[in-house]
Write a protein that binds this ligand. Structure first.
Ligand code: CA
Ligand code: CA
Ligand code: CA
Length: 332
């Protein structure tokens, strides 16, 4: 038993030392090598085309990143100084928005309330009652925040890599972490025999090959559903195959559940082209209810499951409708 632990320890150390050679950061971050370290975070600053906020969200998600989440004044200052030093005088979308609850801003990245903000003078003003997404802009010689209409192709954007799980620099630190990891792994294998970081999904139910959390208590708008799943480290459900919707449908029916449930699909970025907000990718599979998606009233941009005819299928609906929702844990 002890010798097994020592072997795993050596394996873990060698894996981490590869990562620290590559980037001096951490597990899983090698894909962010094109990101720039500014202050303590890694960013990807896109100045290719101005896009709407939803497109910016999807693009960052496709990189395994998120729109930037600015939590402290130091972070804001570092970012502002960097942008100014490059001579950029542009607008950049970040993750903040009050789509779920007007006047209460949340970060789309982690679903948490914005406890820090550096607003431009007079902002946020929700001009015309239609400003729910935050971008950075220069005011008084530095970057600060403004709320603006989410659907306007108005700004470039800044993606931020997930924060490192572990930072490794010295062997002694590695050994300490190794011991911690070993104890974590042994705890996990007892709990679920799955993977690092999944212990928080214990309340999720395995249905088919995926783990889901089915909200049956509170109805919320689609944006609130997105944030709630993100706070769990999960996302709204992403249904990619027929087997997956069949398993889910059978499970819901077996429980006697006959409700509407928000999932990750939406055409907020481009009317008529549906994407998953979970991974920013195009919906290549869909099982629509006959006659759907119909974009009824020109205002249906979010996808939910419904059960009109003995099995759950998909419908586009008004994102502000209050429905139950289904979160899905990341794939191991
Ligand atoms: Ca504004
Ligand atoms: Ca639509
Ligand atoms: Ca519809």
């Amino acid at each position: 038993m002890i010798s097994l632990q020592i072997i795993s320890c050596i394996l873990i150390l060698s894996v981490f030392s590869e990562f620290s050679k590559a980037d001096d950061t951490c597990l899983g971050e090698q894909r962010f090598t094109s990101f720039t370290k500014i202050g303590n975070n890694y960013y990807y600053i896109d100045r290719t085309n101005v896009v709407n906020w939803y497109k910016a969200v999807d693009t960052c998600r496709r990189m395994g990143a998120n729109l930037a989440t600015i939590k402290y004044d130091d972070q804001m200052t570092a970012l502002s100084n960097y942008l100014l030093s490059r001579g950029y005088d542009d607008r950049f979308w970040v993750a903040g928005n009050d789509l779920a609850e007007n006047g209460n801003f949340y970060w789309n990245s982690n679903g948490r309330k914005m406890t820090y903000a550096k607003w431009s003078p007079g902002e946020p003003n929700n001009f015309g009652g239609n400003e729910h997404c935050i971008h950075l802009q220069i005011r008084n010689g530095e970057y600060s925040m403004n709320d603006f209409g989410c659907t306007y192709k108005y700004a470039y954007f800044i993606c931020q890599a997930p924060e490192p799980i572990l930072k490794l620099k010295m062997i002694s630190l590695q050994i300490t972490l190794c011991i911690l990891l070993l104890s974590a792994f042994s705890g996990l294998s007892k709990a679920d025999d799955t993977c690092l970081g999944e212990q928080r999904f214990e309340s999720f139910t395995k249905i088919g090959n995926n783990y889901y959390y089915i909200e049956q208590t509170n109805v919320v708008n689609w944006h609130k559903a997105v944030d709630t799943c993100r706070r769990m480290g999960a996302d709204l459900a992403t249904i990619r195959y027929n087997d997956q919707i069949i398993s889910l449908s059978n499970y819901l029916l077996s429980k006697g559940y006959r409700n509407f449930y928000w999932i990750a699909g939406n055409d907020l970025a481009e009317q008529g082209n549906f994407y998953w907000i979970s991974n920013g990718r195009r919906m290549t599979y869909a099982k629509w209810t006959p006659g759907e998606p119909n974009n009824f009233g020109g205002n249906e941009h979010c996808v939910h499951l419904q059960e009109p005819t003995g099995g759950y299928t998909m419908n586009d609906n008004d994102c502000s409708r209050l429905l139950y929702f289904i979160c899905q844990a990341p794939e191991p």
